[in-house]
Design a protein around this ligand. Structure first.
Ligand SMILES: O=C(O)C(=O)C[C@]1(C(=O)O)C=C[C@@H](O)C=C1
Length: 282
């Protein structure tokens, strides 16, 4: 993606290609994580005494990673959404000054807390090698978790680009739906079942291809490192629904601050949207 060239970024075909490429990152990060045990100690708040920090070992590592990466301008890029937006540091490098591609509130559309919760509760048990802790590997496990979470976050928040492209392609239709706060209608408009089916089919193929030794004959091949069906299930039940949630949240604000209903009652809308979309998550 060339974020200095907004027209190429907002081309839906290019965006979908980027999403296909991100599947590789997600699948490989799951395969890396699958070497380690579930490791509940990594996620338990204050399990370890960490100087000047209250929270889980994973949160601590994620925060250190984001602080360091903010110094190399990672979070200036419009396709990166931090887990700790309030604790980033300013880079010593010159600012990148990307041309505006998304609406100015785009950074506020952030579902990372939900991604982290669903990752720990639903994804880790499906991809980890075994239940329980493995003391010698908590560092490696948390590093693998950071990679998984960042890959998932980037993929899910790419929904903002999908939403902007769809809005610009069909402005009248979306304006109408947004004005009427027709959340179900927006969800229907952004859904493309054929594209979703293709993604799931491709993930099964990638799970087999990336998770086994390609030089062995099929009958000799050991099981895939992560069950390909589990990867497809995670996409179907978590990744795609959360991407749609990002799209809907982004679109609902797209008409601007003077959108009267939004200014009056933003909380009610968020509650309603969470209720509507919660059915699609575990
Ligand atoms: O490609 C799109 O049109 C998207 O909105 C992205 C996405 C996805 O998460 O992959 C989400 C909703 C659509 O039903 C299809 C795919």
């Amino acid at each position: 993606m060339e974020f200095k060239k907004p027209a190429t970024v907002l081309n839906l075909a290019n965006i979908r290609q980027a999403l296909v490429r991100m599947e590789d990152t997600v699948v490989f990060s799951f395969i890396e994580r699958s070497q380690f045990y579930e490791s509940p100690s990594v996620y338990a708040p204050n399990k370890y005494k960490i100087p000047n920090f209250s929270g889980s070992f994973l949160d601590w590592l994620l925060l250190q990673n984001e602080k360091t990466h903010s110094l190399v301008r990672r979070y200036e890029s419009p396709d990166e959404t931090p887990f700790f937006p309030d604790q980033l540091e300013e880079s010593f490098l010159p600012s990148l000054n990307y041309p505006p591609i998304l609406a100015d509130y785009a950074d506020e559309v952030n579902v990372n807390d939900e991604i982290r919760t669903v990752y720990i509760e639903k994804i880790v048990p499906q991809i980890a090698a075994k239940k329980g802790d493995q003391d010698e590997n908590i560092g490696s496990t948390a590093c693998a978790d950071v990679d998984c979470l960042q890959a998932l976050s980037r993929r899910v928040h790419f929904g903002k680009f999908v939403a902007e492209a769809k809005f610009q392609n069909e402005m009248a239709r979306y304006t109408n739906l947004i004005r009427n706060k027709d959340i179900k209608g927006i969800e229907e408009a952004i859904t493309d079942s054929a594209v979703e089916a293709k993604i799931l089919e491709r993930l099964i193929a990638k799970g087999h291809a990336y998770g086994t030794d390609p030089t062995l004959r099929y009958s000799q091949n050991p099981q895939s490192k992560v069950q390909p069906e589990a990867i497809a299930k995670i996409y179907k039940e978590v990744v795609i629904p959360l991407t749609k949630k990002v799209e809907v949240e982004y679109l609902l604000r797209r008409l601007g601050d003077d959108d009267e209903a939004e200014a009056q009652d933003p909380q009610r809308k968020t509650q309603l949207m969470n209720r509507l979309l919660s059915n699609s998550l575990w």
